[in-house]
Design a protein around this ligand. Structure first.
Ligand SMILES: [Fe+2]
Length: 170
């Protein structure tokens, strides 16, 4: 077998792949949650949220594939089982049967923000501890994607708060 010779030791690549596998697990849990909410959402915002979550789970599907393939590029193997994802994720599975539409949005904002904070740490670790600027750059792109998705979701709840607190303007 050809030995990987890209200027990173096996130890460096292994450390980076452990981080990537954790990010993969979180992305998978978020994909499941986003898809379930896409199916279950009801209320006046149905169509908007149903379609937004379709767009977001498509982005997450691409993200997941890109993370897993990056693990392979660095000479290791991605997690590929539901149990493995659960064991390595920082996100928690949804336990409430059917949350309200607003609660669904809040839950997803929380998860995207958690992932953003994790990615920020992983970017630092990749570049400072493992000297892997390629993965640091890759994770920066993913983080920006989550920042955009979190903003789109956050805008829903912020809009509701403005309407609720300003009833005298009609
Ligand atoms: Fe669908």
């Amino acid at each position: 077998m050809h030995k990987i010779n890209i200027g990173l030791s096996e130890k460096q690549r292994k450390g980076v792949c452990e981080l990537l596998n954790r990010d993969l697990a979180d992305a998978y849990l978020l994909l499941i949650k986003t898809k379930k909410f896409h199916w279950d959402v009801i209320g006046p915002q149905f169509r908007t949220l149903h379609e937004l979550w379709e767009e977001q789970y498509e982005i997450l599907t691409e993200t997941i594939d890109a993370i897993a393939e990056r693990v392979r590029m660095l000479g290791f193997y991605p997690i590929g089982s539901a149990q493995g994802f659960l064991e390595n994720a920082t996100l928690k599975e949804e336990t409430q049967a059917i949350p309200t539409a607003t609660a669904m949005v809040e839950k997803l904002v929380y998860d995207h923000e958690l992932i953003i904070r994790n990615l920020r740490e992983h970017i630092d670790q990749c570049s400072e501890e493992f000297h892997d600027e390629g993965t640091a750059d890759f994770l920066t792109g993913l983080m920006e994607g989550h920042e955009e998705m979190a903003w789109m979701l956050r805008s829903f709840i912020e809009g509701e708060a403005v309407q609720a607190e300003d009833p005298g303007n009609q």
